[in-house]
Design a protein around this ligand. Sequence first.
Ligand code: ZN
Ligand code: FE
Length: 242
Amino acid sequence: MRIFHIPAYTDNYIWVIQSGSDISVIDPGDASPVIELINTNKLNLVDILLTHHHFDHVGGTLELKEQIDGKVYGPVGNIEGIDIHVTENDTVKTLDYEFSVLETPGHTLDHIAYVESQKNLVFCGDTLFSAGCGRVFEGTFEQMHNSVQKLNQLVPETMIYCAHEYTESNLKFVLSEITDEFIENYYKKISAKRLIGDISIPTTLELERKINPFLLDVVPSDLEGLSKLEQFTELRTRKDNA
Ligand code: ZN
Ligand code: FE
């Protein structure tokens, strides 16, 4: 049993969970690298789990659906090809995993995350990134703040599998706002990793609380007097304009 990534587009990760020769995939934005993986390694695609309707996450669904043994799970909304629409607290069982669904609106209104609380991991799509969070496209800042805080309630050891490799540029932004030795060192570590093509994901909630200002444990000093929602809104706005 293992989890690995398939790189897609410029900075997307399609996450794969594997048990023997069976795999399930999360957010297959592109079918071709998944099909290549399956054919090269003689794997069997069981289920597809989707977090939100953006093309870079769902684009491969219809093509892959032709060869799945299982179901396509995803949020209520306008995504084509979903067999089972899931909402808050629904359970999704695939391979040896039992996920529960968290609704995390903000980036999009349909956004959901899949939490595995026995294995302490979450596939959170574009809600939380390492050292950052998703852009607020459809929801309000308050919705996004609540969704990020919902993920922040998970146990510290939770491994966070987000859908983009944004960590290095996110850390650059954080360091333009916050002077912090731990974050500086982490930035150096990630830059070195990226230089040799290593990925920065998964991260953990415990680590994110030290480096990710959108969780609001570390915030720029000029925001200290504001409410949590005001801090979040101001930070997200600064990031949008960075
Ligand atoms: Zn997205
Ligand atoms: Fe995305």
